[in-house]
Design a protein around this ligand. Structure first.
Ligand code: AHG
Ligand code: MN
Ligand code: MN
Length: 345
């Protein structure tokens, strides 16, 4: 009796998904610097923390984790329970990673110098907004996490650096899906969390922002307090048929601008002459990402990334988006500066 033919399952070319982990390892190999390994692990720590935060967000309404905790943070804002949870999860993950020597968080008054595993190579500072868009939490709106990473020389742990010196930056958008967007200085890559495998899988490579958009994103309730140049720009946009979209969470609004083009603004207002957004863990990381995608990030008086920081929680006016839209607004602001004959728009 003939031997039954052995069943040979043809090796099919089913490539494994390109995950965030293997993207980081590939970047580490390409960098070939002794610090890049630590950097991969630090970004990986943020991705792990984001999966925990995403899970806590999904069931916050069932776990009693919505609402404020009765504390006011250094920003003068009511701290939400999920702000605190996200902050604690990120600190716990990051302080255990080799190479992390200092942390700066929107939810903590001062920098946290980490007495962690001795750095084998480069040493890093990680600045983050653990939960961005907190006012959306109780109403089921999109929120995010924003991070910004610098190399730190020994003895300079508490020196704040200009955004131009970042070595990694990104955000996580907790929306209908959980999206991880980051740059290591060689373009912008986008990953979507696949719940089936618990990994972030690449969904976009070398993302490029449209050179011009048809959307502006600003809190129009404040428009009367905006400098004249901003108001003229917005009038021009309306006349040209621009749409207005505003999620109230910087991560959601910037993500839309990154994909669709246009401009996101948080201008100076009567109440907040430097705007509301924080330089170190909102404006700088987002400006670098947008710039890496071919866009621009400006304060109205120059590149966001060139601002020399004075304090951890300082605020700057924010203009982020397509190069042509940002240039048009900056031209209106410069016109005012010129007609006022001073540096103030
Ligand atoms: P956070 O929740 O981290 O304090 O950030 C909220 C920020 C930013 O996400 C958003 O663009 C802006 O606040 C919205 O401010 P307004 O509600 O004043 O428009
Ligand atoms: Mn924020
Ligand atoms: Mn926040």
């Amino acid at each position: 009796m003939a031997e039954p033919a052995s069943v040979v399952v043809p090796l099919r070319n089913r490539p494994a998904p390109q995950t965030l982990q293997n993207h980081l390892l590939a970047a580490e190999r390409a960098a070939r610097t002794d610090g890049s390994r630590s950097l991969s692990w630090i970004v990986s720590a943020i991705s792990s923390a984001s999966k925990v935060i995403a899970a806590r967000l999904r069931t916050a309404g069932l776990d009693g984790n919505l609402g404020a905790v009765g504390e006011v943070n250094v920003q003068g804002e009511d701290q939400q329970a999920l702000d605190v949870i996200a902050d604690e999860v990120l600190i716990q993950e990051l302080q255990a990673r080799e190479g992390v020597v200092v942390l700066g968080s929107e939810e903590n008054d001062d920098l946290i110098v980490v007495d962690g595993p001795p750095a084998q190579g480069c040493r890093y500072a990680v600045l983050f907004d653990p939960l961005d868009g907190s006012s959306n939490l109780d109403v089921g709106g999109s929120v995010g996490t924003i991070f910004s990473i610098y190399e730190v020389a020994p003895g300079e742990e508490t020196n704040l650096q200009a955004g131009r010196r970042q070595v990694a930056a990104g955000y996580v958008l907790y929306g209908p899906s959980t999206i991880f967007v980051m740059t290591l200085g060689d373009g912008v890559d986008m990953f979507v969390l696949d719940p089936a495998i618990g990994n972030y899988v690449r969904a976009g490579e070398k993302v490029r922002i449209p050179r011009r958009g048809k959307i502006y994103s600003v809190n129009e309730a404040n428009v009367e307090g905006f400098p004249a140049g901003y108001r003229r720009f917005l009038d021009n946009c309306r006349r040209q048929g621009y749409g207005s979209r505003y999620a109230g969470a910087m991560v959601a609004d910037v993500h839309r601008v990154l994909l669709k083009g246009g401009v996101f603004l948080y201008p100076p207002t009567a109440l907040a002459p430097n705007g509301k957004l924080r330089l170190m863990y909102e404006a700088n990381p987002m400006a670098w990402l947008v710039e890496q995608a071919g866009g621009r990030g400006d304060t109205g008086s120059g590149d966001i990334l060139d601002v020399e920081p004075g304090s951890l929680h300082e605020r700057v006016p924010v203009i982020l988006g397509s190069p042509q839209d940002v240039a048009a607004l900056c031209a209106e602001i410069a016109r005012d500066r010129h007609s006022n004959g001073n540096g103030n728009a």
